[in-house]
Design a protein. Structure first.
Lengths: 250, 310
C-alpha cells in the first residue's frame, strides 16, 4: 500500500520535473542489475547493483523498501516469577525491508521537510498504529523496539550506504539483501536533489521470490493445506511401517 | 550440509537434525517413550519456530508410533476397544487443542503456553518417577504389594466405579465406565496438540493408576491411540496453522529410527531401576531448563509477534 502511495507522489514529481526539463531527455534514469532475485535452497544473500545517470550535477538519495505488512510488537513484563507478553502495539504497512544510501550525508543537501515527506531515513518512516491512538510515549517506545529488532535481523540498516558519483553524470551503489530477506515486490526509490529540492525521482521495482523445491512445498502447504496434511500423515504411516518391518527382521 | 526447511523458513544443518533425531530415538528405544517431550524443546532450542516444532513433531510421532505398535499387536497387547474409546476422546481433545493453539498464537501467548505446560507436566512426572526409583521407596513397595499398580479388584472401589455408561473391556479384563478413558483421551489430546507430544508420558500413568489397566496392554494401547490423535493433530495443524514441515519431519524420522534400534539394545543390558531414574533425571532437566527461560530476565523485553488473526 505504502509502495503505491509513494509511487503516486513520485510520479507526480516526475511529471512536474518533466514539464520544466526537455521532454526527450529525462533528468534521471536508474535501473538495477537484476529484476528477479531467486531464493533457492542454498541462498546466503545477494548483492544487487543499482546504477543510473543524471543530466548534470546533483545529489542522489536511494531508499529501498520491501513489501509492507502489519507488524505486532510485544513487550514482556514480569508477572509473579515469570516473564510474559503483556502489552502489544500493531503497526500498519511496515516495510519488511528498509535501507537508504546517498552520495553525501543527507543533511548536507536535503532539507528536513523533504526527507520527512519522502520518508528518507528511519526517523521519518511513517508507521501508523492500528486502532485508536494510544499515548505517544508508549508508541515511540514500541516503534524504537520495532526498528531495533529489524536492524538486528539485518532487514533495516541505520548506516547510510554510499552512492558513488562519476563525473556528475553516472552513479552506482550496491544493495545487499541478507539470507533472511522477505519475498515479494521491492521498490527502489531514487531521488535527485539539486539546490535543496527534488529535481527528479524514479522508482525501480524488482522481485525477490523463492524458487525451487522448497518454494513448491511452501506454496503447496498453503494452497492445498488439507491435501498436504493428508500426504504428511501418509508419509509418516508409510515410514513407520517400513521401520517396523525392519525392526522385526533384526 | 545446510538444508532449507520450507515451512520453518530457515536453513539448518542436516546432520544436526539427524543427530537430534538419533539421540531422542536412542532414548525412546531405551525407555519406551515417544520422545516428543524431548524433541519439541530441542527443536525450539535450535531456532525452529515453536509453532512449527509442535506441528512437525506431531507428524513424526505418527511414524514412530506406527512402527512401535506392530510389535505390540503381534503379542496381542493392544486393547482395541479401549483404544477406540480413548481415540474418540483424543480426537475431540486434539481438535480443541489446535483451536486453542491458534487463539493463543494470535494473542502472542503460545510460547508461554507451550513452556508452562512443559514445566508443569515434566516437573510433576519427573519428580514422581524419581521418587518411585528411590531405593527406600522400592523396598517399601516390595513389602507392601497391595500398592503396586496392578493391584485391582473388590477392595479397590472408588468414585470412578460409580460413573455411568459402563462398558466391558475384555483385553484389559475391566468393566468400567467409558467416561474415564474418554476423559483421559480428551485431556491428553488437548495437551498433545498444544505441546507437540504424543502424550504417552501422561497417558501411560493415567491408564495404570486411573483406569487400572494391566501393565502389559498399556504401552501397546497407548501407542495405538497416539497414532490417531497425532494424525488428527498433524492434519489440523497443517490446515489451520500451516505449521507442519515435512522435510524436517523426514530428517527427524530417519535419525529416530536408527537411534531407537541402538537404544533398544542398550536398554536390554541395563536394570529397569537404573533406566527409570535416568529417564526421570532427563525429564527433570528439560523441565528445569524451560523453567529457567521463563524466570530469567530476557535480553530484549520486546519482540515481533505473529500478526493478530482477523
Amino acid at each position: 500500500m505504502t509502495g503505491f502511495r509513494s509511487f503516486a507522489i513520485v510520479a507526480a514529481i516526475v511529471s512536474i520535473g518533466g514539464g520544466s526539463a526537455r521532454a526527450q531527455e529525462p533528468a534521471l534514469v536508474a535501473d538495477v542489475s537484476e529484476h528477479l532475485v531467486a531464493i533457492t535452497s542454498g541462498f546466503t544473500g545477494k548483492e544487487v547493483l543499482l546504477f543510473g545517470s543524471t543530466d548534470g550535477p546533483g545529489d542522489i538519495a536511494v531508499v529501498v523498501k520491501g513489501p509492507t505488512g502489519d507488524e505486532t510488537v510485544r513487550k514482556k513484563t514480569r508477572f509473579g516469577p515469570i516473564w510474559i507478553n503483556s502489552d502489544s502495539v500493531t503497526f500498519r504497512d511496515v516495510p519488511s525491508f528498509y535501507r537508504i544510501a546517498s552520495s553525501r550525508p543527507l543533511e548536507e543537501f536535503a532539507p528536513e521537510a523533504l526527507l520527512s515527506r519522502f520518508q528518507i531515513g528511519e526517523e521519518y518512516l511513517r508507521l501508523e498504529t492500528e486502532g485508536e491512538n494510544p499515548e505517544p510515549a508508549r508508541v515511540s517506545e514500541f516503534r524504537d523496539a520495532l526498528i531495533r529488532i529489524k536492524t538486528k535481523d539485518r532487514l533495516y540498516d541505520e548506516s547510510l550506504g554510499a552512492v558513488n558519483m562519476m563525473s556528475n553524470r553516472l552513479f552506482r551503489t550496491s544493495l545487499f539483501f541478507p539470507a533472511n530477506v522477505p519475498t515479494g515486490t521491492y521498490f527502489v526509490e531514487v531521488y535527485l536533489f539539486r539546490n535543496g529540492s527534488v529535481a527528479s525521482a524514479e522508482i525501480v521495482p524488482f522481485n525477490i521470490s523463492k524458487i525451487g523445491f522448497g518454494a513448491d512445498v511452501y506454496d503447496f502447504a498453503h494452497r492445498f493445506s488439507w491435501i498436504y496434511g493428508l500426504l504428511a500423515i501418509a508419509l509418516a504411516v508409510g515410514a513407520g511401517w517400513v521401520a517396523g518391518a525392519l525392526f522385526k527382521r533384526s | 550440509m545446510q538444508i532449507y526447511l520450507p515451512i520453518a523458513e530457515m536453513s539448518v544443518n542436516a546432520f544436526l537434525i539427524l543427530g537430534m533425531g538419533g539421540a531422542v530415538g536412542l532414548l525412546s528405544g531405551m525407555f519406551g517413550v515417544g520422545g516428543g517431550f524431548l524433541m519439541t524443546p530441542l527443536l525450539i532450542f535450535v531456532g525452529v519456530p515453536p509453532a512449527v516444532a509442535v506441528g512437525t513433531e506431531a507428524n513424526q510421532i505418527v511414524a514412530s508410533s506406527v512402527s512401535g505398535v506392530f510389535a505390540h499387536m503381534r503379542r496381542g497387547n493392544v486393547d482395541l476397544k479401549m483404544g477406540a474409546v480413548l481415540t474418540v476422546g483424543g480426537f475431540l481433545g486434539s481438535g480443541i487443542g489446535v483451536w486453542v493453539f491458534s487463539i493463543l498464537r494470535g494473542l502472542g501467548q503460545i510460547e508461554l503456553a507451550i513452556s508452562l505446560s512443559y514445566v508443569i507436566f515434566l516437573g510433576i512426572i519427573g519428580a514422581l518417577m524419581l521418587w518411585e526409583s528411590l531405593p527406600g521407596v522400592i523396598s517399601r513397595r516390595k513389602n507392601a504389594p497391595s500398592l503396586s499398580p496392578n493391584a485391582r479388584g473388590a477392595g479397590r472401589h472408588t468414585w470412578i466405579h460409580g460413573l455411568p455408561f459402563k462398558m466391558r473391556f475384555t483385553r484389559s479384563r475391566l468393566y468400567i465406565s467409558a467416561v474415564v478413558p474418554f476423559g483421559i483421551g480428551f485431556v491428553v489430546g488437548v495437551l498433545a496438540a498444544i505441546m507437540g507430544v504424543g502424550g504417552g508420558f501422561i497417558m501411560v500413568p493415567a491408564m495404570i493408576y486411573l483406569i487400572g489397566m494391566p501393565t502389559q496392554v498399556v504401552i501397546g494401547t497407548s501407542l495405538f491411540q497416539i497414532i490417531f490423535v497425532t494424525a488428527n493433530t498433524t492434519f489440523l495443524q497443517a490446515t489451520i496453522n500451516q505449521t507442519v514441515d515435512v522435510i524436517l519431519a523426514i530428517l527427524l524420522l530417519i535419525g529416530a529410527v536408527i537411534g531407537a534400534q541402538i537404544g533398544a539394545r542398550i536398554a536390554s543390558r541395563m536394570k529397569s531401576v537404573q533406566l527409570r531414574s535416568l529417564l526421570a533425571l532427563i525429564v527433570l532437566g528439560v523441565a528445569l531448563r524451560l523453567a529457567f527461560d521463563l524466570v530469567a530476565t530476557p535480553g530484549d523485553l520486546f519482540r515481533l509477534g505473529a500478526e493478530v488473526p482477523e
